[in-house]
Structure formats: structure tokens, C-alpha cells
Ligand binder design. Sequence first.
Ligand SMILES: Nc1ncnc2c1ncn2[C@@H]1O[C@H](COP(=O)(O)OP(=O)(O)OP(=O)(O)O)[C@@H](O)[C@H]1O
Ligand SMILES: [Mg+2]
Length: 221
Amino acid sequence: MAKVISFINQKGGSTKTTNAITLSHGLHKRGNRVLLIDTDQQSTASKAYARALESGFTVADLPSVISVPRETIADEIKSYRNSFDYIVIDSPGSLADLKIPAGVIKASDLAIVPVQPSPYDIEDSAAVVEMIHSRREIADGQPKAGILISRTKDKTILGREIQAALEQFELPIMESRIPDSEVFKQTAISGGSVFDANPKKHPKPVDAANAFVDEVLNILS
Ligand SMILES: Nc1ncnc2c1ncn2[C@@H]1O[C@H](COP(=O)(O)OP(=O)(O)OP(=O)(O)O)[C@@H](O)[C@H]1O
Ligand SMILES: [Mg+2]
């Protein structure tokens, strides 16, 4: 039975798609059967898959990708659970239609909320955190959830203001931090992921991405 990990935040540009690609590629490269489900009508993840094939990646190099921009995601996902080890869901950057994020949260074993370490971005993530809490209240504490701090500019400890804002969410803060690095953008252009970058040239983002995959596996084990 596949474990389902989603990236969810109504704040546009909060790095949902990039981190969904990082996690799905990382799990695939470790020999797992991985399905990436794109629930965003912008289809960023699906388009990346098409670019990857155009750039010379083969189907075997990549996690499978399907597009399900529908609120019925929680039901539809059931038919895929037996064919994969992990299902990663990317979700839309808007809660204009609340039904898709609600379906995504319902489908998840682990819901990850990526946030950039700025007070405004954190404030703008409150609605999705509230949705996760509401689901946990009626679903026996499920899904597991974590805040992922993404695009960090240095390795210093988070400022007190940011730390306090995050603590108000009353969700676990993941230990992994995803650094701000052009490598995420550059590798996405050809449909790849940070794991296609040379780790000797770019040790920081590659190491951080590996630590992130490790932490997700640890949370789900
Ligand atoms: N760790 C990173 N370092 C530098 N740039 C990044 C990083 N992660 C993502 N980006 C860039 O930030 C922008 C937004 O990222 P992304 O598209 O993943 O966000 P999103 O939450 O999926 O956005 P949307 O809400 O529009 O779907 C993109 O240009 C992406 O390349
Ligand atoms: Mg996106």
C-alpha cells in the first residue's frame, strides 16, 4: 500500500511543486515505485514531465506523473495505492476552490506545508494549517503533518519572530531546511530535479534534499 505525501499551501509560490518534484525524484532514485499526482490546473508538474522526456530522460528515469485536478482525488487515489510504494501530491496555489485541498488532505498520510521564512508568508499559510487541524479533529489525528522551511538564505537559527509565528500553527516543524539555490530552478528547466545536479559542485542543496527525503521516510516509518 502506497504512502501518500502531499505538499499543500494556498500561498502561491511557496515551493510546493519544486519540493514535490524533489521528493518524488529522490524516492524514485532510491528504487521505489513513485507516482506524482498533479492536482493543480496550472499543471506545472505534468509539464515538467513532458520537458524531461524532450530533454532525453527516459520513462524509467522518472517517477510516473498523472494529472487529477479534481476534488475527487481522495477517492481516485485508492485505485493507485496498490501499484506504488509512494504517492506524492502537488496541490494548487489557491484555496479559491477549497475542495481540491480538502480532498488532498483527506488522501494524505503526511501533509507537508512548505513556507518561506518570512513573517508574511507564514501569516498567509494560516488557512491551510487550519484545514489540516480540522481534518485531524475528525480523522483521529490523521494525516501526520509538518512545516517545511524552504528557500532559507543562511544556516543561522530562525529569527525569534518567525519561530514564534510558526509555533502558533501547533504543527511539527521539520528538521530539514531546503536552502535557496538556483540549482532547483536550473534542474527543473530540463524536467529533472536537484538530484541531477553535480553533488561536488552543489553539495548544500543536494545534501539538504537527501536529508529531507530521509526525514520523510523516517516520519512515515
Ligand atoms: N529552494 C529553492 N531555491 C530557489 N528557488 C526556488 C526553490 N524552490 C523553489 N524555487 C523557485 O520558486 C518559485 C516558486 O516555486 P514553486 O513553483 O515550486 O512554488 P509553488 O508553491 O508550486 O507555486 P504555485 O502556488 O504557483 O503552484 C519557482 O520559480 C521555483 O523555481
Ligand atoms: Mg505549483
